[in-house]
Design a protein around this ligand. Structure first.
Ligand SMILES: [Zn+2]
Length: 71
């Protein structure tokens, strides 16, 4: 069993990110990603949330795309 699969079965090990937190941190998270910084360390649990929440994932993807286009 992979670590990835374990995490899906057991749920997030770290602090749980809700959609509210996700939405509040999304700008910053995308900025860090684009800057090549360690976005996941800055916003712990964010990646797990995006992995498990299609709505936020979509929001993240479009925001990332937009941020890339602006640059
Ligand atoms: Zn969400």
């Amino acid at each position: 069993m992979t670590d990835e699969l374990m995490r899906h079965l057991l749920g997030p090990a770290g602090p749980e990110v809700t959609c509210e937190i996700c939405f509040a941190e999304l700008d910053r998270y995308v900025e860090l990603e684009l800057a090549g910084a360690d976005a996941e360390t800055a916003v712990a649990g964010m990646h797990a949330h995006l992995d498990g929440c299609p709505a936020c994932r979509e929001e993240h993807d479009s925001l990332l795309e937009l941020a890339r286009a602006v640059r």
